[in-house]
Every structure is written in C-alpha cells, then in structure tokens.
Write a protein that binds this ligand. Structure first.
Ligand code: NAX
Length: 328
C-alpha cells in the first residue's frame, strides 16, 4: 500500500475548512489512488469544533482517509507535511487599519512558515488561501529559507474560475470551451482578469466578445468584486467555491494542467512580465512534472499593461508595509 500523503489544513473549523476537508478525504485533491492523512490546525478555542468535523469525517468512512490529527501547535501540524493549505487567517474587523491587519496576519503566517521550514517533507507544497493571501504567502515564505521559494503559492484560482464562468455566460458557450484565462496580480479588487489571450472554442475570446466597454465596465469589476456580491447575497463569504478552487489548484500542481490550457496561480515572480522578482503575484502558469512554470512570451497590450502594473504596485506597497513592520 502507498504511504499516505500528509495534508495539513489550517483554519480547519472555519467555513472553507468545512467545505474542503470532505473533498480532500474523498480523494478529489490528489486523485482516487492516493491515501491521505489529514492534519487539522486550529486556534485553541476552535479545536473542539475541529474535533466535531473530524467525527463527521470518520462517519463518512472514506476509504482513502488514513487518519486525522487535530492540534493547535503549528510544529506538530506541519511535521512531515506534503501539502499545506493555509486557510485560517485574521479577518479585517471594523476600525482595523491595513497595518493592523498585516501585523495580525504576520503573527500567524510567520510562525507557520517557521514550522514548515522546521518540519515539512522535502516535496512540501504550500497554498495560502487566507487573506491577504499574496502577502501572507510572502510572509510564510520568508520564514522558510530552507524550502524552495516556488513552493509557496497563493490562491487566485477562484478568481480564474469566476472569470471563466462570466465569459462563458457572456458568449453563451459551455465553460469547458474556455481556455487560457489569466488572472494577473493581487487577489484583491485590483486583480486583472485578462481575456486577450483566452480562447473560446479555439477562437480568441476578446475578438469573440468584441466589446471593450463590456470587458472594462462589466467583466473586470464583476470578477474582481464577486466576493463582495456573494457576501451581499448569501450573508457569508464564499466557502464552497473557495474550497473548490483550492482543490483545483493543488490537483493541477500535483497532476499537471491539461494540454492546450493554462491556469492562474500567485507565485514568487522570476521577473517575468515586469513583475519585481520575489513578489508573489498571479501569472498564467502550466504545471509540468509537479512544478509551476510561468507561460512566457505573451504580448501585453496597453489596456492590460496598465491594469497589471496597478495590481503589482499594490503588491509592492504591501511588501513595503510588511517589511517596515519587520514581518519579512
Ligand atoms: P472562517 O472565519 O469561517 O474560518 C477561519 C478559521 O481560521 C477559523 O476557524 C479560525 O479559528 C481559524 N484560524 C484563525 N487563526 C488561526 C491560526 N493562527 N491557526 C489556525 N487556524 C486559525 O473563514 P473562512 O470563510 O473559512 O475563510 C478563511 C480565509 O479565506 C479568510 O481569510 C478569507 O478572507 C479567505 N478567502 C480567500 C479566498 C481566495 O480566493 N484566496 C476566497 C475565499 C475567502 O474569502
């Protein structure tokens, strides 16, 4: 029998955790032939709730689930970890300044980065979901000097999937006909969903839409503000769709992206497309042999350039802010 893959989920008792854990345990994260061992990390007040979720996981009798550990100690949670899903974060509450938010999250992602550095398996892959995801990933990565930087990623797959769905809907085409969507920059309202390289049934998506006003005034803001629209409608933030995107992200990272397509991932820049090196920014990527590679050589028009630069500028500011706070 194969040794189980250790998957650690932080914020396991939260709403994304609840939507995520059952899919991991059923084999959707890594594949139907890969046993998993779950490690749930929570803050002390939420350990009991995580235990409740673990009871439900037991009650599913998932054949691939080799065991569940629950702890409030990052060192234990990340010991031997192969896949780390960093979902738990400090949300912005009323009256909180951006500096306070970054500092509170630095207090979470710094120690988690250290624990990953100390104990993770050699093949560890890290996905940060908790916001501000890109900068939280940067903080964790900077505390894990012995882990290759490229193993630290932040999630823009939900934005990517939202963009595919909006475009398919506009063109009355099935989502499966949309390829090569790209999210650039920060997982925030400045993100830039780019359809200039996307294809619908093999034809260029921007040409098929042929309506710059729709792209500028409808498509981009709808994708970028979708999270707020979900909160407004549901009374709670995206959970199942966020969990779904995390599953997609890790699945593609481990198993590869399909031929003729790519996806979007925030990862440490190698300087491609004018994004400062080391900044964790979203790019078009393919996964090959278990590694992300940035798609090279795309022509960036003026419309796209301005929007990529604006989102990257926001990430540079966030990096400066956490540097000043001594968090990286
Ligand atoms: P919840 O508030 O339901 O759950 C968060 C959980 O994290 C709580 O159970 C809390 O106890 C736990 N937690 C807090 N600090 C922790 C720590 N130091 N160690 C371990 N656990 C800790 O939030 P939920 O709706 O699940 O969202 C989680 C995060 O995902 C939020 O930061 C949210 O902003 C972010 N999102 C990111 C998205 C993305 O596309 N990147 C989309 C969805 C979501 O908004």
């Amino acid at each position: 029998a194969q040794a189980p893959v250790k998957v650690t989920v932080t914020g396991a008792a939260g709403q994304i955790g609840y939507a995520l854990l059952f899919r991991i345990a059923s084999g959707q994260l890594l594949g139907p032939d890969k046993p998993v061992r779950l490690s749930l990390l929570e803050i002390p007040q939420a350990v009991r709730a995580a235990e409740g979720t673990a009871m439900e996981l037991d009650d599913c009798a998932f054949p691939l689930l080799a065991g569940i550990d629950i702890t409030d100690d990052p060192r234990l949670a990340f010991d031997g970890v192969n896949v780390a899903l960093l979902v738990g974060a400090r949300p912005r509450t009323k009256g909180m300044e951006r500096g306070d938010l970054l500092e509170a999250n630095g207090g979470i992602f710094g120690p988690q980065g250290e624990a990953i550095n100390a104990g993770a398996a050699d093949d560890v892959r890290v996905l940060v979901v908790g916001n501000p995801a890109n900068t939280n990933a940067l903080i964790a990565q900077s505390h894990a000097p012995d882990v290759p930087a490229e193993r630290f990623t932040a999630m823009t797959r939900l934005d990517h999937n939202r963009a595919i769905s909006q475009l398919a809907n506009k063109l009355k085409a099935p989502v499966s006909s949309v390829k090569k969507m790209t999210i650039w920059g920060n997982h925030s309202a400045t993100q830039y969903p780019d359809i200039f390289h996307a294809e619908v049934d093999g034809t260029n998506a921007a040409a098929a839409v042929d309506d710059e006003a729709w792209v500028r005034d409808q498509f981009i803001p709808t994708v970028a503000k979708r999270g707020a629209a979900i909160i407004e409608a549901r009374g709670a933030s995206s959970a199942a769709s966020a969990a779904n995107a995390a599953i997609d992200h890790v699945h593609d990272w481990v198993n590869g992206t399909p031929a003729g397509d790519w996806t979007s991932v925030a990862l440490p820049s190698d300087g491609s497309y004018g994004v400062p090196e080391g900044l964790i920014s979203s790019f078009p990527v393919v996964s090959q042999d278990g590694r992300w590679e940035i798609v090279q050589g795309l022509e960036i028009n003026q419309f796209s350039r301005e929007r990529i630069d604006a989102s990257v500028a926001e990430l540079v500011e966030e990096r400066e802010a956490v540097r000043k706070l001594g968090l990286i």
